[in-house]
Design a protein around this ligand. Structure first.
Ligand code: LR7
Ligand code: MN
Length: 580
């Protein structure tokens, strides 16, 4: 009898324990993988889906787009018109991001102004960008939305957007909408500066007009910015495929960077030991042009360089400026924003000449571009890059020119701009900015590696004297002279192809091997030219065709002689060796 009771009790106890264990397991699973947040956010999303484009009022708004062509947008516009305005997106961030409680600033100290400039964006796409942002951003932080129409062909868009938004906003009361239209095309850089000028929030977010913010995008960024007033941040960008508009996970193992031609690049990052995948990480540049920064810091840095035109380079310039002048950049993987990466530019780049007296200049420029076979897109971008190189790269700008020789001929034509005081030299003095060299050593060591076929560069020294181009064109000759620090006139580039070029004139050191007495000369560089091939044997420079070495037998004189290992007079050192 008591034995049966005992057994029954044990049975009972076992049952209770099993149930408890199961419950514990469920709790652990839910907490560990953020399932609760996931469930809550799914429910919210379903509610948000009611912001469907099929709702009558938005339908009327989007079907107004005059042009249906694919080429105008470079993405599937029809599909965009038929997708929900706010659609369910896959959770692309690490699951630990859902569980984290972010240390957020008080709402009264963290008002956000979002700046969106667009040129010829499909209405449904622009609307999705805006509505998704509104529905996935905590109302109490989202202060205002500044939308700038940069001279789009769809002239009625903004007025119509305003009507519809006012009706929709009536229920929410927030955020304030500031709509502005450039009657003529001003470019995204001008427009973003204008947006920042109109803004009154504590923080600025610059967004393209074909983006979808993902759930919880703001909090991780805000947390970082509130911790460090010198910081600017980017989310990880999730790619949206232009044809199918499918939303996929971006890569949190990449950081933003650039090369010596000032092209943007994604760079691999190495996770430090024990560093979590979801942890914010320093990045030489922003994730493209999508970035968040305090308004105060943005203005302290004098905003985007207003001399840059239409498209390109502004976020790289801001990144360089920020790092050199005491700030930092981080990419925050718990924040995700989707962006349509389009296969080609969807618009023309008008060359900007507004005043009549500049017409002559314009013709000259057009002839020059034709000679260099550059279209207006390339020319605008190259000109912007040249401005950045001239503003921030110090002596390293010659690396830029070595890679982009045609930039030398691009006229800068710096016209007076609204921000009359934009002068990099003045900004450097005012903010006590560091030299570019510092960035190379501390922020973007990749620049040393991304030397694009250069094996060494800089001044070329022999016994404390520097190689120097003397005379005037076309009668130039080489000699040794006292070194002028890091002066351009004494810069040489040794290319992996074997060419040894002067950075200032872009000429190559040559030897006529057929001549009786081989002579040194400076010639225009020609690829594959035997006479311009130099080998580096330790610190010796040996001419490949004649096997003779560059020598300095007498004071400041340069000539060619038989190579003698360890001869001090044949030892030439570059300032900067590039690692292979
Ligand atoms: O004249 C123009 N006026 C505009 O308002 C030309 C463009 N624009 C708008 C345009 O409608 C869009 O919203 O500016 C935005 C950017 O132009 P896109 O989307 O045609 O080009 P993009 O996606 O290549 O833009 C990248 O480079 C730009 C260089 O000036 C900006 O920095 C953009 O912010 C940047 N976009 C991103 O970084 C998103 C991720 C891509 C990457 C990497
Ligand atoms: Mn874009």
């Amino acid at each position: 009898m008591s034995g049966r009771l005992h057994r029954r009790l044990r049975c009972c106890l076992l049952g209770v324990l099993t149930v408890l264990a199961m419950q514990l397991l469920i709790v652990v699973l839910v907490v560990r993988f953020g399932l609760i947040d996931e469930l809550i956010s799914r429910r919210l999303l379903l509610q948000q889906q009611q912001l469907s484009l099929h709702q009558l009022e938005w339908r009327e708004f989007i079907t107004h787009t005059p042009d249906q062509s694919h080429a105008l947008y470079q993405y599937n516009r029809q599909l965009s018109d038929n997708l929900a305005a706010v659609r369910l997106l896959p959770t692309t961030r690490h699951h630990s991001c859902n569980r984290r409680r972010y240390r957020l600033p008080r709402t009264s100290q963290a008002k956000l102004s979002v700046v969106i400039s667009f040129h010829n964006e499909a209405r449904s796409m622009l609307l999705r960008t805006i509505l998704t942002l509104i529905s996935r951003t905590p109302e109490e932080y989202l202060h205002e939305l500044i939308v700038i129409d940069d001279g789009s062909e769809d002239v009625g868009l903004l007025a119509s957007l305003e009507r519809h938004m006012t009706a929709a906003n009536a229920q929410r009361g927030r955020p304030a909408l500031i709509l502005s239209r450039n009657l003529s095309r001003k470019g995204l850089i001008w427009s973003r500066n204008e947006g920042a000028r109109l803004a009154s929030g504590h923080y600025l977010l610059f967004l393209d007009s074909h983006c979808e913010v993902n759930d919880g995008w703001l909090e991780p960024l805000l947390e970082r910015l509130a911790l460090n007033s010198g910081l600017a941040v980017s989310p990880v960008l999730d790619p949206i495929e232009p044809e199918t508009l499918s939303y996929t996970a971006g890569n949190e193992l990449l950081k933003g960077g650039f090369d010596w031609s000032l092209h943007f690049h994604w760079l691999p990052r190495v996770l430090a030991e024990k560093e979590a995948l979801a942890q914010p990480y320093a990045s030489p540049a922003f994730a493209g042009g999508i970035l968040m920064i305090s308004r105060e810091l943005f203005h302290k840095l004098h905003g985007f360089n207003p001399h840059l035109e239409i498209w390109g380079g502004e976020s790289i310039e801001l990144a360089i400026k920020l790092w050199l002048c005491g700030g930092q950049i981080e990419i925050v993987p718990c924040s995700r924003i989707g962006h349509i990466f389009r296969p080609a530019h969807a618009f023309e780049f008008p060359l900007q000449f507004e005043q009549k007296q500049e017409q002559e200049q314009e013709q000259e420029l057009e002839q020059e571009l034709e000679r260099q076979q550059l279209d207006s897109v390339q020319a605008t971008y190259l000109r912007n890059s040249k401005i950045i190189a001239e503003s921030w790269l110090d002596e390293y700008k010659y690396l830029f020119y070595a890679l982009k020789p045609s930039a030398r001929q691009i006229p800068l034509n710096l016209r007076p701009v609204r921000e009359a005081s934009y002068d990099p030299a003045q900004i450097k003095a005012e903010l006590k900015c560091r030299p570019f060299d510092w960035l190379m050593r501390h922020v973007s060591p990749e620049l040393r590696l991304q030397h694009a076929n250069l094996s060494a560069l800089g001044t070329l020294r022999n016994a404390g004297r520097c190689l120097h181009v003397a005379g005037t064109e076309p009668q130039l000759h080489l000699q040794l002279a006292s070194c002028h620090g890091l002066q351009v006139t004494q810069w040489y580039l040794h290319h992996e192809s074997g060419q040894l070029s002067t950075s200032e004139q872009g000429l190559c050191l040559a030897v006529d091997a057929a001549a009786k007495q081989p002579q040194l000369s400076l010639e225009p560089c020609r690829a594959g030219q035997g006479g311009q091939h130099w080998l580096r044997r330790s610190t010796q420079l040996q001419h490949a065709g004649t096997h003779l070495c560059l020598d300095n037998p007498l004071k400041d004189q340069l000539l060619l002689s038989h190579c003698r290992p360890h001869a001090v007079s044949q030892s030439f050192q570059f300032a900067l060796e590039m690692e292979a």
